[in-house]
Design a protein around this ligand. Structure first.
Ligand code: SAH
Length: 253
């Protein structure tokens, strides 16, 4: 029997935000390899399958086990939350195949990444060019991360911050952004998007620290660009229609 590796994104949490292909991939799989928490998120799909869980820092172990199972002829789903590209399992799995000269049958199944899930809850903050930055300094030196923060701030990109749990680094990042943006620039904080304990906060660059306490491992932050504003309790980043057209309902010009 010929094995296959699905590298699957589960989306942010709740079943309605899954993709059909993700559900199909998991149903077709004999083996599921996942970080313990993510295995719970797909618990309804894995009955009767071999489920191999591992802790957070064991990403290479998970990639290795998944590949070994495929070599045994199994169909395997290697699970990431959100999308498997975005700080997920796709890259380590492909690197592992590349460095071992393995030509396995594989398919990457995209999912709704946290930036998009958080943005949907906040309004339309990502309507223009944006930069996504992970504040995890486990594999990337802090100075390199902060350099990217500075360049993104300078470039007036909307900035999505993944992994903001490292509070000292988060505070340094926000201080850098504040050098380039007005204190009233909207900041969205979304904890556990599409999960039971979801929390959505819209604050701004001068006031965000008041909410630092809610920031945990499952929180994403979005800092607006120079044109982002808040209206009706939502963040809006204009696409530029206001520069050329009229938003009045009864005026066609
Ligand atoms: N591959 C994932 C990201 C993994 S990195 C994706 O595409 O979404 C882990 C980070 O993702 C967390 O620290 C947090 O910043 C973000 N995250 C994951 N799930 C989330 C959720 N449901 N709500 C808010 N942020 C989330």
């Amino acid at each position: 029997m010929k094995g296959k590796l699905f590298i699957v994104g589960t989306g942010p949490g709740a079943p309605p935000i899954r993709t059909f292909r993700m559900v199909e991939a998991i149903k077709q799989s004999d083996v599921i390899v996942a970080y313990t928490t993510y295995a719970k998120l797909i618990g309804d799909l894995v009955d009767g399958k071999e489920v191999i869980t591992a802790r957070m820092k064991e990403e290479l172990y998970r990639a290795k086990v998944a590949i070994q199972k495929v070599q045994e002829g199994k169909v395997v789903s290697l699970i990431s939350s959100g999308d498997p590209q975005v700080y997920g399992m796709a890259s380590p799995a492909l690197e592992m195949m590349c460095k071992n000269n393995l030509d396995l049958d594989f398919e990457i199944v995209p999912g709704v990444t946290a930036a998009l899930a958080a943005a949907a809850k906040l309004g339309s903050p990502l309507a223009m060019d944006f930069a996504s930055i992970s504040l995890s300094d486990l594999l990337v030196p802090a100075e390199e991360i902060l350099h990217r923060v500075k360049k993104a701030a300078e470039g007036d990109f909307v900035i999505v911050l993944y992994n903001p749990i490292n509070k000292p680094l988060l505070e340094r990042a926000m201080a850098i952004i504040s050098e380039y943006r007005k204190p009233e620039t909207p900041v969205g904080i979304v904890k556990s998007a599409y999960r039971e304990d979801e929390q959505v906060i819209i604050t701004n660059l001068s006031d965000w620290k008041r909410h630092e306490g809610i920031i945990n491992m499952i929180t994403t932050m979005i800092v607006g660009n120079s044109r982002t504003y808040t209206c009706n309790g939502k963040m809006i980043t204009p696409r530029g229609y206001d520069r050329r057209y009229n938003f009045e309902l009864n005026n066609d010009s």
